[in-house]
Design a protein around this ligand. Structure first.
Ligand SMILES: C[S@@+](CC[C@H](N)C(=O)[O-])C[C@H]1O[C@@H](n2cnc3c(N)ncnc32)[C@H](O)[C@@H]1O
Length: 231
């Protein structure tokens, strides 16, 4: 296991080519506000329900507009493509607002876009005369073709899990169960790279499944990830 503190775009450039079996990540979505001035607000104010207490640290990289998000994401996705082995999977979280931007960015980065998975959070507030927004999405792509093994597994494209299952460690943490669902696609003993590991949920899932893990985080969430993974 390798945990690295710093800016992932710079750190990715130092990782060897064709060295990881999957990139499974949850980057900043930059979607928690409509106007450009509201986007620049702290992540705590954007992602805490009005009136609720926010016990979490703020995090980086969430203030980009769609044009800069496309450009920046294309850069790190291209680096991840270089670091990935042939046939590696990319699984990248996003919500509905920047889904089109990320669908473009993964293809600019060289990946072959294969589809979108759905994480059903089961707990959305009902909306008068509208649809509840109770899903987040995971873009699925591969570096070249999908490698079919001798004993193929059939992964479900939809997963239901309450967002707070297993506890919260980050303002936008992902449950370990959800990360395990995604990591199941990685070959036995494979290595997973998460360039935006936050509190390290992907790493915990890798530990549980016996996979190797490389995680990058630039804020003090790095220390939280380190503690979780040590435990
Ligand atoms: C959406 S959160 C990931 C949360 C994680 N899935 C979890 O369960 O804790 C994205 C993380 O990426 C980090 N980040 C943003 N830009 C970064 C960069 N350029 N390099 C490294 N980390 C970055 C943020 O600080 C944030 O913690």
């Amino acid at each position: 296991m390798q945990l690295i503190k710093g800016d992932s775009l710079q750190i990715l450039r130092d990782l060897p080519s064709s060295s990881v079996d999957a990139v499974i990540t949850d980057p900043p979505y930059a979607s928690g506000a409509a106007s450009s001035s509201a986007k620049k607000a702290s992540t705590g104010s954007k992602y805490t329900t009005k009136g609720a207490i926010n016990p979490f640290l703020d995090f980086e990289g969430d203030c980009r507009d769609q044009r800069s998000l496309l450009q920046w994401s294309s850069l790190w996705l291209a680096e991840c493509y270089r670091v990935a082995k042939p046939n590696a999977h990319l699984l990248c979280f996003i919500d509905w607002r920047n889904y089109p931007v990320f669908a473009d960015a993964i293809q600019v980065g060289g990946w072959i876009w294969r589809g979108g998975l759905v994480w059903d959070k089961k707990n959305a507030r009902p909306r008068k005369d509208g649809f509840s927004q109770q899903c987040e999405f995971v873009l699925w792509a591969t570096k070249g073709s999908v490698k079919v093994g001798d004993n193929p597994l059939y992964h479900n494209g939809v997963y239901q899990c309450h967002p707070h299952k297993g506890g919260r460690f980050h303002q936008t943490s992902k449950p370990v169960d959800v990360m395990e669902w995604l990591c199941n696609v990685v070959p036995k003993n494979g290595t997973v790279l998460d360039p935006f590991m936050g509190s390290g949920s992907t790493g915990v899932a890798c530990n549980n499944l016996g996979l190797d893990f490389i995680g990058i985080e630039m804020t003090d969430y790095f220390d939280i990830a380190k503690q979780r993974l040590a435990a």
